[in-house]
Design a protein around this ligand. Structure first.
Ligand code: SAM
Length: 270
């Protein structure tokens, strides 16, 4: 993913290491960042900073939508995105489609603070390819969140235009998508491609950048498309009780995430 670039974390113990049907799954105990999940050699999350990614990928689309009731999550086998969606009382149903059940099993065994997302009775788990799943859905969801791994291996299909067309078809009128959008520093070609696809397909499009210290480059993007609602401001107020459960997302942070450095602004114009 990052030729010539490496990030080092001191590992105290390997807790799990096995190849599943789809990918190599490794789970480590690090000295400073808690447990770390790695798929095919690529860091997916650490306990130290997972909240930044999970909160923003979930709460940006959920707060941009005026009434998010039916939600689809693709990928995200660790459960962290489900944990964040679960904080929204308006949400009625959450379909969850993950290709690799071994990731879910490993998260339930080693990452209970993320996998608690699966305890929500609104969640229905589907094991399979997210692209196939979404292609069988029309007019079904208010918000779709794609918490994918990277555009190599099983996640590759989730970075292609036909998949985004499928996401659009699966949305209800006024629906919103939010997808893992790689990094404006490390993956400029992917960012340009994803922003271009969403610009072609959606009347409203925006790209947010958030800080994740353990992703190379220290940041990751969230690519968003909307069939109606504005994306860069929350459509609803956050309650005090929900705000106090969070560490990264605030209404100010919602708007700020879409303010990009000049080079990224220019790049995203295509
Ligand atoms: N970066 C995230 C974080 O900070 O929490 C974690 C990413 S999550 C582990 C990515 C998941 O996407 C993996 O569990 C992987 O199995 C899943 N995935 C990859 N390709 C998929 C596909 N085609 N359909 C559904 N899920 C897929």
């Amino acid at each position: 993913m990052w030729p010539g670039v490496a990030l080092s974390l001191e590992i105290m113990e390997t807790l799990y290491s096995k190849k599943s049907k789809f990918q190599q799954i490794d789970l480590y105990q690090t000295r400073h960042h808690g447990k770390m999940l790695v798929l095919d050699g690529i860091i997916q999350l650490t306990e130290f900073d997972e909240f930044t990614y999970q909160e923003m990928l979930a709460h940006l689309p959920l707060f941009a939508h005026p009434e998010p009731k039916n939600i689809l999550v693709i990928g995200g086998g660790d459960g962290g995105i489900l944990r964040e969606i679960g904080r929204h009382d308006l949400v009625e149903n959450i379909d969850f489609c993950e290709i690799d059940e071994d990731v879910i099993r490993v998260a339930k065994e080693f990452l209970p603070e993320l996998a608690c997302g699966f305890d929500d009775s609104r969640v229905v788990v589907h094991i399979g390819d997210g692209n196939t799943f979404v292609n069988n859905k029309t007019n079904a969801y208010d918000v779709i969140i794609v918490d994918s791994s990277d555009p190599i291996g099983p996640g590759e299909v989730l970075f292609q235009k036909p998949f985004y067309q499928g996401l659009k078809n699966a949305l209800k009128p006024g629906g919103i998508i939010a997808t893992q959008g790689e990094s404006v520093f490390m993956h400029q070609a992917w960012v340009v491609t994803l922003a271009g696809i969403t610009r072609e397909l959606f009347p409203v499009q925006a790209y947010a950048s958030i800080q994740v210290p353990t992703y190379p480059g220290g940041s990751i993007g969230i690519c968003m498309g909307s069939l109606g609602p504005d994306l860069i401001r929350p459509a609803r107020q956050i309650s005090h009780s929900l705000q106090t459960q969070l560490k990264y997302y605030t209404p100010k942070m919602h708007a700020a995430a879409f303010v990009l450095p000049y080079f990224a602004e220019q790049m995203l114009k295509g």
